[in-house]
Design a protein around this ligand. Sequence first.
Ligand code: PLP
Length: 429
Amino acid sequence: MAFLFQVLCNLEFVLAHRGDIREKEFRKENGRMAISKKVKGALNGASWVRRMFEEGEELKRTYGEENVFDFSLGNPNLEPPPSLKKALKDLADHPITGMHRYMANNGYSETRKVIAEYLSEESGLPFEEKHIVMTVGAAGGLNVILKALLDEGDEVIVPSPYFMEFKFYIENSGGQIHLVETNEDFSLNLKEIEKAIGERTKAILINSPNNPTGVVYNRESLEKLSDLLKRKNKVLGKTIHLITDEAYRRIVFDGIELPIPFRYYPHTLRVTSHSKDLSLPGERIGYVAVSPLCEDLDEMMAALVFANRTLGFVNAPALMQRLVAPLQRNSVNIRIYEEKRDLFYNALKDFGYQIIKPQGAFYLFPKAPIEDDVAFIKELQSKRILTVPGRGFGKPGYFRLAYAVDKKVIERALPGFKEVAEKYGLMRN
Ligand SMILES: Cc1ncc(COP(=O)(O)O)c(C=O)c1O
């Protein structure tokens, strides 16, 4: 009876919407879609990270979660520092009146002040709270910067391999990505960058420590980049801005000190977040900091605040702004990532894989032993190992491993990597 009722209801729905359905079919046949062509194109080229994630879910359903070794997604598995949880509880127990209300679009003054103090100490530059805009993660911050800077058709130079979302963020603001190759060791190739700079260049976007390679750009390369940009600014009679994505800035290894781009180039905008250093990716909290030496500073800050507002972020999450303020000098235990880097890197090197040793972030980017990186990652998939092909980052012939996972996932995956290495003759003995 219930079934019959359901059938009648469905029939009634179809009859009532007959016109709509015919109209939809007509539109489909005539190539008119509900969604934008740009988005449709992006969806057709769906992200490799996402694709692998979905295939992984299927494998997990078939073999059980513990028997699938998932290195596809850069999702930090460490818990935030206990002090954050304590502060969260304190705030819930002793709420501050108005703490859930709207605020100035650049964020709480107290939080920006603490960040400015931290940045002044780090860079030796006179940062003030007015140079900071709190954002919805680094992703939100990048979109805010790009909206503030770009006019239709402006170009942003990006060294490749690169975090694929950059392309979409640039296009969100009507810009175009201009990819340049890096050197063999994934360091900045200044010659290629110089060749790429032209009339349409508005900015260069660098990411160090890098996703997907884990490479850190050294001080010398940043100094040279700064010299190049200053020279080009003179020749072209304009200012090219340097956007530094430092989402992984706290995750560095081997005792190295991460160079501070603010020290070398005045027109620098840093975007970062607490997604990785405090393991808070789901909470969406980050900031943009603009060098106090940046040209037309007041106008730039006004543009960033406007972008934050009108992109619909309005302001960064209020609760998180309060909680991260006292944690500017804290982070999760980076040594845990370093140990995993050592374990994974050393084992893969022993099996004969070619890899540049990463000095930061939580990724390895080995060379695939065959040209076709997609065919190669399928091979790994047959061992229930999930990775992302290099072409997902603009670099076919490589593959990315995100190792922000439990140590035992790495350990249990190693035999599979070894078998595949043997199959392709990578093993030395
Ligand atoms: C290079 C890079 N930039 C930005 C982001 C976005 O970070 P957030 O979570 O802070 O938006 C990511 C995230 O993985 C990233 O890898």
